[in-house]
Design a binder for this molecule. Structure first.
Ligand SMILES: NC(=O)c1ccc[n+]([C@@H]2O[C@H](COP(=O)([O-])OP(=O)(O)OC[C@H]3O[C@@H](n4cnc5c(N)ncnc54)[C@H](OP(=O)(O)O)[C@@H]3O)[C@@H](O)[C@H]2O)c1
Length: 307
């Protein structure tokens, strides 16, 4: 397995998507400090987050210890995966982050309109020019990752990481992506380990947040079985004596493909139970009980009797 974050003893990441949005500068700094105090050093952002403030705030927070942290950003969420758009956004990201070199650059999503050869060649050249250290892709299907990996090999490089959605109620990654990562030594860095906040249990208690404020997330997590699973998680967490968020992020990390969950929150207080997940030991019985809260997706072959 590629150890993207070097010798990090706690292979979790923190996502700065709320920096400059749900979290102001003071709240962002408090979360950054809490991550560092917990031993976390892998930080994730994107060109598209909060009009660039996420990258600006993260860059300022990292400045005094650039060599101690691992910084990933993403390009191409808007504007496509052409060479011009990738290079333009990478330069802007580096300027906002005030970093010459980006540790890990992801394509934020697949672009049907740009030949993958052009996208991957551009990433390979950025890497050989020393602008980025590792290459990643996010929101790609497994066949798209493997096609990118074949093209990357022609340029003497590889796809180091993928960034898929993955949590207790969104388990599609188990079908193709996570087995592919294990087979190909690609690091899965998984977003939304709390299902956008659903797996904190707050909606079962009538609470509010992203799922009541953002239509996209309301739709993504709108199905009744997902909310039933969140209620089941709250019950198990009460029995175990930990916060549901602690169990949810630890469950993601416990998959045998060794996913790196990207933790996130609006405040240090919200973040605390997720950081506790870094030290939570998930036994096999508890892992299976939690997995049983939601129906697993069928295998890629659809031969469920052989799974
Ligand atoms: N590649 C991609 O396409 C993609 C997509 C999404 C995210 N990401 C990355 O992954 C990171 C994490 O994703 P995510 O934010 O969706 O993760 P998540 O862990 O599923 O959701 C985090 C959200 O849950 C809520 N929350 C967290 N702790 C809580 C607590 N203790 N009590 C109540 N509510 C709590 C907060 O939202 P509210 O307070 O608003 O409810 C918080 O912003 C992002 O920062 C970003 O770096 C990547």
């Amino acid at each position: 397995m590629t150890t993207l974050a070097g010798h990090d003893p706690a292979p979790f990441a923190f996502g700065a998507m709320q920096f400059g949005g749900g979290a102001d500068r003071a709240a962002s700094a408090a979360m950054y400090d809490a991550c560092r105090a917990a031993g976390l050093r892998h930080f994730d952002t994107a060109w598209t987050y909060t009009g660039g403030d996420s990258e600006r705030i993260l860059g300022a927070l990292c400045a005094a210890e650039r060599d101690e942290v691992f910084v990933a950003t993403k390009v191409g969420y808007t504007g496509g995966a052409s060479e011009a758009n990738i290079r333009g956004q990478v330069d802007e990201s580096r300027a906002r982050l005030k970093m010459d070199v980006i540790d890990l650059l992801y394509m934020h999503r697949f672009d049907d309109d740009t030949p993958l050869e052009i996208t991957v060649e551009t990433l390979a050249r950025l890497q050989s020019d020393g602008v980025i250290r590792h290459i990643g892709v996010s929101n790609y299907a497994a066949w798209q990752v493997m096609k990118a990996a074949c093209i990357a090999a022609r340029f003497g490089t590889r796809i180091d990481a993928i960034q898929p959605m993955y949590n207790l109620v969104k388990r599609q990654a188990e079908v193709e992506l996570l087995p592919m990562c294990k087979s190909e030594a690609i690091t899965p860095v998984c977003y939304s380990p709390l299902g956008g906040g659903l797996l904190t249990g707050k909606y079962a208690a009538g609470g509010s947040g992203r799922l009541t404020e953002d239509q996209r997330y309301a739709a993504r997590y709108g199905q009744a079985p997902m909310h039933d699973a969140a209620r089941g998680l709250v019950d198990i967490a009460r029995e175990v004596g930990v916060d549901p968020a602690t169990l949810a992020v630890a469950w993601v990390a416990a998959h045998d493909a060794q996913p790196v969950p990207i933790l996130s929150a609006r405040s240090a207080a919200q973040l605390a139970p997720s950081l506790d997940g870094m030290r939570f030991e998930m036994g096999a019985d508890l892992y299976a009980r939690l997995a049983g809260l939601m129906m697993a997706p069928p295998p890629a072959t659809d031969r469920i009797e052989e799974a």
